[in-house]
Each structure stands twice: as structure tokens, then as C-alpha cells.
Design a protein around this ligand. Structure first.
Ligand code: SF4
Length: 264
């Protein structure tokens, strides 16, 4: 199989064989809107097949595998939101990595970016362990939730505009469900910063105009749909491109995530 069948014992698999599957963009809208709770929403996210190109790519990668992981079964499915179901802090990334989340089934898990991110989350008190290696490794987030704006690994890490739009209802609905508790949003990179803005608008946040520019350490104040003050922070993405070159250091990442941790 090019993917893990739902409900067959993969640790933290949110879905079952009965979870309804989205096969086209309209299905994503309807299934996201009709999900009765966050657990079912995540289950539906994790079996989605609405983007032909991304389904083909994630399953091809899962079958071919990287040599270092040749003996491992790959998840090969979308990566659902993960972490505290009533978070104070929400971290938003762009999309899972082909041999990271697409292999392990957990967002930012099993790749170098995730290694950096989880080490920092642990240092500032938002993750129980310094590493996130695989689903079922005992890692858990503290008052924090982690989501990707596009749930499937895209070729070259570049989802198309259509794919981003198709996936958006999953995030819109997840954001609406967790908005009552969220007090701080962290955008991991400029793409996430841009992508989350229309989601916040759709969900009913009061946002400053014009949209503030992304930058490392950028901070924006807004109001949640329930009238609570919310802060959005920006950090450079912990990609190897940034961490190898020193554009993003551990101290810089700890600084932003440490500021987020004050909202716990
Ligand atoms: S990117 Fe999103 S909408 Fe497209 S197949 Fe994956 S989960 Fe479904």
C-alpha cells in the first residue's frame, strides 16, 4: 500500500475505516464544515484525497522511500493538526516534508526543520521532549498546537495556488474551533505569515490594516472573534537553508518561541 490504511494501528492515527474521504475541493468544504468536533475534523483531514497532484506525489514518495528509511513504512497521508485541542499558542507552518511528516504521520516530525523546532519548543517549555522522532514516541506539546496550511507534502516544497486554496477549509474550520483559547499565533516563515492572514479574516478576527510585513520577530496585535486580545509573531522558518547559513540561530528561535510561551 502507498499509505497507511486508517485505523490499522498506526500510533496517533486520528482516522478509522469509516472516516469520510474528500475526493474533490467541494468535499473538503463540506466535510470541514460538517465535522462535529476537532477530533473528527483531524480524522477527516488525515484521509483527504482532494488534490490529484499531491496525492500522487505523497504516495509515490511513500512507495519509493529515501534509502535511509527504506525499511520503514511511510504514512503517505495528509498531516492533521496536532497538539493541545484547546491551545493558548498556535504554530503555523506551510506544508509537511516528503520524508518528514509524510513518513512519520506527525507535523514537523522526522526532518531537520522539526529537529530545530522541537528542540527550541522544549527549551522554552512548550514541548515535553527535545526531539520528535515518530508518532507514538511520547512527545507532546504543552498548551500548544501545530498545523500546516497545506496538509500534504508538495513536490519541491511548493504547493500551487489552487492546492493552497483547496486545503484552506481544513485550516479555516480548525482555526474557528480553537480560536476561543488561542492567545498567540506564531507564523513559521513568510509563506505561513501570508497564508494565515486570510484564514484569520474568514474566521472573524479583527485585523490591523494594512497587513504588517513579515519579519523575524515581527509582532502584530489583533482581536479574536470572541473579543480577546491575540498576538501574532513571525519567525524565520527553521529550514536548513536558514539554519545552516546562520540566518536563523537557536537564540533567535528561542527568543520568538519564548515570547510565545509567555501566553501559556
Ligand atoms: S493538500 Fe489538503 S486538500 Fe489537498 S489532498 Fe492534501 S489534505 Fe486534501
Amino acid at each position: 500500500m502507498p499509505f497507511v490504511s486508517p485505523g490499522t494501528g498506526w500510533p496517533e492515527d486520528p482516522a478509522t475505516p469509516e472516516t469520510p474521504v474528500a475526493h474533490k475541493p467541494q468535499d473538503v468544504m463540506e466535510l470541514a464544515e460538517s465535522a462535529p468536533d476537532l477530533a473528527e475534523l483531524c480524522a477527516r483531514q488525515s484521509v483527504c484525497r482532494a488534490c490529484d497532484r499531491l496525492v500522487e506525489w505523497r504516495e509515490k514518495v511513500a512507495l519509493e522511500r529515501r534509502r535511509a528509511f527504506a525499511d520503514e513504512e511511510y504514512w503517505g497521508r495528509p498531516i492533521a493538526g496536532w497538539g493541545d485541542p484547546e491551545p493558548r499558542i498556535l504554530l503555523v507552518g506551510l506544508a509537511p516534508a516528503a520524508h518528514g511528516g509524510n513518513r512519520t504521520g506527525r507535523v514537523f516530525t522526522g526532518d531537520r526543520s522539526g529537529d530545530w523546532l522541537f528542540a527550541s519548543l522544549h527549551r522554552v517549555g512548550l514541548a515535553s521532549q527535545a526531539t520528535s522522532v515518530r508518532a507514538g514516541d511520547g512527545q507532546h506539546l504543552i498548551g500548544t498546537r501545530l498545523v500546516a496550511t497545506v496538509r500534504c507534502a508538495p513536490p519541491d516544497n511548493k504547493p500551487t495556488t489552487t492546492e493552497r486554496a483547496t486545503c484552506l477549509p481544513w485550516l479555516n474550520r480548525e482555526m474557528a474551533m480553537i480560536a476561543p483559547s488561542v492567545r498567540c499565533i506564531v507564523a513559521l516563515g513568510g509563506y505561513a505569515w501570508q497564508s494565515v492572514w486570510p484564514v484569520l479574516k474568514t474566521v472573524g478576527y479583527e485585523l490591523p490594516r494594512p497587513r504588517p510585513a513579515f519579519g523575524h520577530g515581527a509582532e502584530v496585535r489583533m482581536t479574536s472573534p470572541g473579543g480577546d486580545p491575540v498576538v501574532m509573531l513571525g519567525t524565520y522558518h527553521p529550514s536548513q537553508q536558514n539554519t545552516f547559513t546562520g540566518r536563523l540561530t537557536e537564540a533567535m528561535l528561542d527568543d520568538v518561541l519564548g515570547r510565545a510561551a509567555t501566553y501559556l
